[in-house]
Design a protein. Structure first.
Length: 68
């Protein structure tokens, strides 16, 4: 699969979440730091590799924690 077309430059955003009474405003910065291969994780889960790729585990943890 191809990487998302977000580029390599830092992007600053302002996100407003509606609240009870006052809205909450957050400043968010996003930047590309690297790619994570899930192939190594698949190899470990299927028993073909003995080392668990912690970068893949951490990336999945971040994504799953931020799902609605």
């Amino acid at each position: 699969r191809d990487a998302l077309p977000i580029g390599t430059e830092k992007v600053d955003l302002e996100v407003t979440l509606p609240g009870e009474g006052n809205d909450r405003v957050f400043k968010v910065s996003i930047r590309f730091v690297g790619q994570v291969s899930l192939f190594a994780l698949e190899e470990a889960l299927e028993g073909r590799a003995h080392q668990i790729p912690m970068d893949a585990i951490q990336a999945l943890d971040v994504v799953l924690r931020h799902l609605p």
